[in-house]
Design a binder for this molecule. Structure first.
Ligand code: THU
Length: 160
């Protein structure tokens, strides 16, 4: 039997410790929660991503009376960005959530489906995506989606 460990590194920053461009991306994610269409969950999620050319694209969760058809904020933003700027890698992605009258105290960690889509972005452009998970108590930051999704299934996996 062999055993190995997969480690992830997460840094937690208070607002005044973050660089300006990260703070701006978080603000954009918080602002994006306002366009959430979430009459079923009342859980408003916003995502904001920065492309390599500096453009910021946002998205929010869009729900449906047929529940599974809704789309998370992260995928709304990513698919829109890739439609608008297919040649541009994503360098950073911030996520925030608003519910019960306040921003979430804990960081919102993206669902498994969004992690897989975020991973494809890294794989497609061969560049890591810095992920910023905003919570009132601190912003949790990973330098790559791989830190959120160990043991990845990527396009290369199909060839082996
Ligand atoms: N949601 C997101 O948009 N992103 C996440 O990372 C977690 C969950 C949405 C999906 C659904 O509209 C609502 O939050 C409740 O699950």
């Amino acid at each position: 039997m062999e055993k190995y460990e997969i480690k992830s590194e997460v840094c937690v920053y208070q607002e005044d410790e973050l660089r300006l461009e990260d703070r701006e991306l978080i603000e954009a994610a918080k602002e994006a929660t306002k366009s959430s269409y979430s009459p079923y969950s009342s859980f408003q999620v916003g995502a904001a991503l920065r492309l390599k050319n500096g453009v910021v694209i946002t998205g929010s969760n869009q729900e449906n009376a047929s529940y599974p058809l809704g789309l998370c904020a992260e995928r709304t933003a990513i698919f829109h960005a890739q439609h608008m700027y297919p040649e541009q890698p994503v360098v950073a992605l911030a996520i925030a959530a608003f519910a019960n009258g306040h921003y979430h105290p804990e960081p919102i960690s993206p669902c498994g489906a969004c992690r897989q889509v975020m991973l494809e972005v890294e794989d497609r452009y061969q560049e890591p995506v810095r992920v910023l998970l905003y919570g009132i108590g601190g912003t949790h930051v990973v330098e790559s989606v791989k830190d959120l999704l160990p043991f990845q299934f990527v396009s290369e996996s199909l060839k082996k």
